[in-house]
Design a protein. Sequence first.
Length: 518
Amino acid sequence: MRIRAHKLDGVEYRAAANIGPVIVPTIVVLHDTAGPLTKGSSAAYLASKNTAGVSVHFVVETDGTITQLVPTHRRATHAGASIYHSREGCNAFSIGIEIVNPGRMEPVDRGDGVVRGRAWWGQMFEDPVGILGLVRKATSSHGDGVWMMSMPYLIYNHGNSMEPRQEHLAWHGLVLPRDHPFWLTHAPINGWGCTCYLSGARSPEAARRRGGDPDKALPAGWDAIDPRTGAPKGIDKGWDYAPGASVARDLAGIVDKKAATLPPPIAKDFKDSVRSVVPPAEDPAAQSPKSPEDAIARGKEVLARLRTQATDLAAAEQAGDLTGAAMALQDAVRAELRKLRPVGEAPIALVPGSRKQAKEVMQSVADVMPSDWVQAANAIPLKVHVSETKRGGYLPGNPPQITTSESSTAVHEYLHHLQARLPDLDALFQDLHRQRTKGEPLIQIRKGEWARKDHYYTAYQGREYAFAKPKPALEMLTMALQPVLGSDIKSVRMLRDLTKGDPEMLEMALGVLFYWKV
């Protein structure tokens, strides 16, 4: 295939609604669509004027069919807030390719040996004879999941670490069928600092061309358990199964297997009786934090869990790449949050007659917000003005009004709306402000703006509004949550500064985001 006049020969071209200015691409970014496999559906969505404003240069279907949506010399909006080798905004210098694939699926184990996975939109995929290439595998970034592997052979690649593990070096170039049991425990990453990775091939010869060695045999005793770690030799303790897998999940799996052997009425009674073994009240996620200290303690646990699971976050922090770490942390927070509570399922209520642009901007905000927060705030619809010239702001009233120009500002101003509608949530941040600034004087930070600075990552977070007494610190909540929930480079920089300058506030933000419920 050749590219002529910025279009790929021999493939359908369908112009996307979101095509940007001329660029000079230097890298290629691969994505999975994480959606249904219906041929043409992903291409149609990415070509449309979708609410997310997303487009991509190429879409590759499961049968290999390619559709081009954006000329290769024009900008597509596929990479979001991104950075590569210190260059921010990868959309400006990259080609985006979407590969049609359901992405990570929730494992469904019925005890019959068949790999099954439920995609996020509810569709069940099962693979009794291996045609789909479904593999159940725990990864450090996503935990236990089912994946649709498009290549029948996988290649183990050593990542060129400066201090390599000898076992990992021995596996370099190994080529095995994707359903080989080796991959269930040995698919990288296999320990702290491990940079090994997998690549795929359609045949042994194709694997050889990609640097693999199909003639290489598995080392003898590869599946022997190291008594020191309880994992196969060469794999760190805890890296051969889903990180953070809970007792509740293990128990549920045992119950499902047992229930499958029983008559339906008995199976139902059995499963109902087991649910009462661990009362819901004992689940920490079922109870909201009652104090700043409680929220911070829970946020500290969340952050430790994310640093264990998200290897790109750990790697960026170890390398001192604060911006890269902030981007990885945003991604890890969104992925983990959706596992624990409904997010993005409730649209934000706007006044009748709201403009399309306002709806699209606020939908991007709703996509990252806990759904119960949005539902509670929807009791009073918003009036939203989108302006490129006016400063963002929130005005309470009936209706409350938001003025915004960009996604991060929209998140910030909507958090002010949540602050007004969810006073118990705001009270946690007001209490923390009082504790941290007790005895501190008000100082002028800008004309007409006064704050108690404390050691906030920005003095603006400590700003106090005279009209809001006795709870005047109206930027505490917004400036804590905006860096985590924002989706542009501004929020990435804010999160970078927050992580470095005020880790306690970051833990506070994570504690309420994951556990505070209406």
